[in-house]
Design a protein around this ligand. Structure first.
Ligand code: ASE
Length: 297
C-alpha cells in the first residue's frame, strides 16, 4: 500500500512549524549566543549557560537547533560538544559582524512578530495592529513606528542593515549619472519642505502609505523639481497577478499589519506616478529583496 494521500503532509507540517525557526534564531540572537561565541569560540553548553545566565538544558536545546539550522558548528572534544559560530552567524547575527542584521532581527522579533499575533484582526479590520499590540493609537503612523527613541533606533538601524546588503543591486539597476544632486527622502517628508534636486530616492517609503498619501507626496516632489528630474522608487514588486513572489506577498501583508500601505505591482506604481505627473516609467526587477522604478518629470 502506498501513502500517496499523505504526500503533502510533510509540506503542510513544515508550514505549521515555520514560526519556530524564526523564533529560535531571534532568541539565540537576543540572548547573546552569537556575540559570546564570536569573542570566545568553542564553548560547551554549560559554560554558555553560565555566561548568559540561562538554564543549561534550555540553552543546550537552543544551541543544537542552531547547529541543525547551520547557524552553529559543533565539534566533539573528549565527548563534550563545543559550539562555534558558522560563517553565516558571524556575518549576519553578531552585533558587530561586517554585514550584521542584528537590529533587524530584534525589530522583527519584538515589533513585527508581536503585531503578527493579531494578523486575524488585521485582516478582519483592514488596519494595522499597534493599538492591540502595544496600546498605541495608530492615527499617526510616524508616532506609532517611532514611539520611543529605542524603537526608532532599532527600526532605522534595521532598515540600514537590510540596505547595506541589498542597496547596491537597486542603485546599479539604472544609469543615474545624469542626476548630479540626489535627495534621499526620510523623516517626516509630509511636513518638511522638499528641496530642489535632480533625483529623489524614495526607498521603502511608498509601501507604508495608501495611494492618496503616495500621490500627495509625489506631487510635492513633482512641484519641487525641474522638468527632467527623476524619482527612484525602491520597493519589492509584486507580480501583476499579485500571486508572487512569496516574499513580496508576505511583506505586503506585513504592511497591512504594521503600516497604512501595501506592496504594489509595476502597474500600480505606474498609476500613482502618472497621477502625480511623472512620465518615462521604467522598472527593473533585481532578483533580490528590493526592485527599482525610475520615472521623470
Ligand atoms: C517598513 C519596513 C519594515 C515598515 C515596517 C516594517 C520592515 C519590517 N517592518 O517601511 C523591514 C523590511 N520588511 C519589509 C516589509 O520591507
Amino acid at each position: 500500500m502506498s501513502f500517496a494521500e499523505d504526500l503533502d503532509y510533510d509540506l503542510f507540517n513544515e508550514y505549521i512549524n515555520g514560526f519556530m525557526i524564526s523564533k529560535v534564531m531571534f532568541t539565540a540572537c537576543e540572548l547573546g549566543v552569537f556575540d559570546l561565541l564570536e569573542s570566545e569560540g568553542f564553548l560547551t553548553f554549560d559554560v554558555i549557560a553560565e555566561r548568559l545566565g540561562t538554564n543549561s538544558q534550555g540553552i543546550e536545546q537552543l544551541l543544537d537547533i542552531c547547529a541543525t539550522l547551520k547557524l552553529l558548528n559543533v565539534e566533539m572534544k573528549k565527548e563534550k560538544a563545543l559550539y562555534q559560530n558558522t560563517k553565516l552567524a558571524s556575518l549576519y547575527l553578531t552585533k558587530s559582524g561586517p554585514k550584521t542584521q542584528y537590529n533587524m532581527l530584534l525589530y522583527m522579533s519584538k515589533t513585527t512578530y508581536s503585531c503578527w499575533n493579531h494578523l486575524t484582526e488585521a485582516i478582519r479590520e483592514g488596519k494595522n495592529q499597534y493599538m492591540r499590540t502595544f496600546g498605541i493609537p495608530s492615527d499617526d503612523l510616524f508616532e506609532a513606528i517611532y514611539r520611543s527613541e529605542e524603537e526608532l533606533i532599532k527600526f532605522m538601524h534595521g532598515l540600514h542593515e537590510i540596505w547595506s546588503i541589498n542597496g547596491r543591486y537597486v542603485i546599479t539597476a539604472f544609469d543615474l549619472s545624469s542626476f548630479p544632486l540626489i535627495y534621499d527622502l526620510g523623516g517626516d517628508f509630509f511636513r518638511d519642505p522638499i528641496p530642489e534636486a535632480d533625483l529623489y530616492i524614495l526607498a521603502r517609503i511608498l509601501h507604508d502609505w495608501a495611494d492618496n498619501k503616495c500621490i500627495q507626496l509625489l506631487k510635492n516632489i513633482h512641484h519641487a523639481c525641474r522638468p527632467g528630474c527623476g524619482v527612484l522608487v525602491v520597493e519589492t514588486l509584486l507580480a501583476e497577478d499579485k500571486r508572487g513572489p512569496l516574499t513580496s506577498q508576505l511583506y505586503s501583508l506585513n504592511m497591512l499589519v504594521q503600516t497604512e500601505g501595501k506592496e504594489r505591482t509595476p502597474t500600480e506604481y505606474h498609476k500613482i506616478l502618472t497621477q502625480a505627473g511623472f512620465q518615462n516609467f521604467q522598472f527593473k526587477k533585481t532578483g533580490k529583496i528590493y526592485d527599482a522604478i525610475l520615472a521623470r518629470k
